[in-house]
Design a protein around this ligand. Structure first.
Ligand code: FES
Ligand SMILES: [Fe+2]
Length: 405
């Protein structure tokens, strides 16, 4: 592969220094177009839905992977499937709502009708179609799929790696973060569009958490004794200890909102003595968070060069009693998400970065703490340097070649 082979020759090479990231990666339209081909349609799996989001036959949700709209629907046979959300006649988008319930799906343009298993059932004027026309050739197109603990993954690539190989050692923490058995019930969503390139969002490093977020400091929420791991497929795991009953300094009217009731402790007690926090980020950008009693999946997707949409989905466990469900709901909606008190400031910083990209003198981001030859795969909880491994994965998949040192 040639350096920057499908991009303008004027685009500078990737910096030679391992801990530097070029600003052009966040604001160049050709880079954004290439990301769709090499990342979102690349040899990567994208988590798109959990079983609990579609409990009944006919329940559906729509998602977008890169620029490709998908329809996730539980068929009348109880099976959850993913389809390209496009009529096979002239590519009219079918489902428009974020979530809904449907019987057969009718395209409004020429009234082709598909069932909940994606099969073409009828099309007006069929007698006038060419003699070799067969409805079975026009069923809804299906991307490759895989499931784990009720979580559905899709890949738009023709030959992605086996799902469990790609997940690697993150499988066990993912199982724990999905309640130990994946038997979840949906509490609801928070949705936000951050005004930044999607990579600004995912570059939200572990270093910043206690520095930017005031509530981290006030609550002394993390003790810094956790660890951060990076996997060969680019995934990130941060497993940390948090205080089971953090001190709120008398600031909260109802401190029970930050209490721990033992509903979601990671099983890795070495990393989480009492209450636990795990953040499991699949490469490139969707993550599962399990803080205190919170079960959260953060589905994210770019909606343009300078916007990223994040759907925070919150869950309870199927065995929870009514009090536990209420506790999880209050904790989830108050603590994290776009207005959560331990994550509130992120939106402002993402916007500020996007606004200030086109500035001198620096043309690069800088990640602290990297020493030549250092192993960044196992590091302390709040190190910044391991983000360089996310970027290295990105650089290689995009085919960008480094400058000579
Ligand atoms: S585009 Fe859907 S029926 Fe024609
Ligand atoms: Fe943050």
């Amino acid at each position: 592969m040639k350096p920057n082979d499908t991009l303008p020759a004027s685009l500078p090479r990737w910096p030679a220094a391992f801990n530097q990231v070029p600003k052009w990666a966040f604001e160049d339209a050709d880079v954004f177009a290439l990301e769709h081909e090499r990342i979102f349609r690349g040899p990567v799996w994208h988590p798109v839905a959990h079983d609990a989001e579609l409990p009944k036959p006919g329940d559906y949700k729509t998602v977008t992977v890169g620029r490709t709209p998908l329809l996730i629907i539980r068929g009348d046979d109880g099976v959850v499937r993913a389809f390209h959300n496009a009529c096979t006649h002239r590519s009219t988008r079918l489902a428009m709502a974020f979530r809904g319930h449907s019987g057969d799906i009718e395209c409004p343009y020429h009234r082709w009708v598909f069932d909940t298993r994606g099969q073409l059932r009828s099309c007006p004027g069929e007698a006038e179609f060419p003699p070799d026309f067969k409805r079975a050739d026009y069923n809804l197109a299906e991307p490759r799929t895989g499931t784990y603990m009720g979580l559905l993954f899709v890949s738009l690539h023709a030959s992605p790696p086996p799902l469990m190989d790609w997940m690697g050692h993150m499988a066990e923490p993912v199982r724990d973060a999905l309640g130990g058995d994946g038997r979840l019930t949906l509490l609801g969503y928070q949705k936000v569009r951050y005004q930044s390139n999607w990579k600004v969002y995912i570059d939200n490093d572990a270093f910043h958490a206690p520095l930017l977020h005031a509530a981290f400091r006030i609550l002394r929420w993390q003790g810094g004794s956790g660890r951060q791991s990076r996997l060969p497929a680019g995934h990130m795991m941060i497993l940390s200890e948090v205080a089971a009953q953090p001190s709120d300094g008398g600031l909260l009217r109802d401190p029970s909102v930050i209490g721990y009731q033992g509903g979601a402790a990671p099983r890795n007690k070495a990393a989480a003595q009492a209450a636990g926090s795990s953040l499991l980020a699949f490469w490139p950008l969707t993550a599962i968070a399990n803080h205190l009693d919170i079960f959260n999946i953060r589905y994210a997707n770019p909606v343009g060069l300078d916007q990223v949409e994040v759907h925070y989905a919150y869950f309870a466990h199927a065995d929870d009693d009514a009090d536990m469900v209420r506790h999880r709901l209050r904790q989830s909606s108050n603590m994290i998400g776009p207005s959560g008190f331990v994550s509130l400031e992120d939106a402002t910083v993402f916007l500020r970065i996007q606004q200030a990209l086109d500035t001198d003198p620096s043309t690069t981001f800088f990640l602290k703490g990297y020493r030549e030859g250092a192993d960044l795969t196992e590091t302390k909880q709040n190190d910044e340097a391991p983000n360089a491994l996310w970027w290295e994965h990105y650089r290689q998949l995009m085919g960008f070649v480094r400058e000579e040192a």
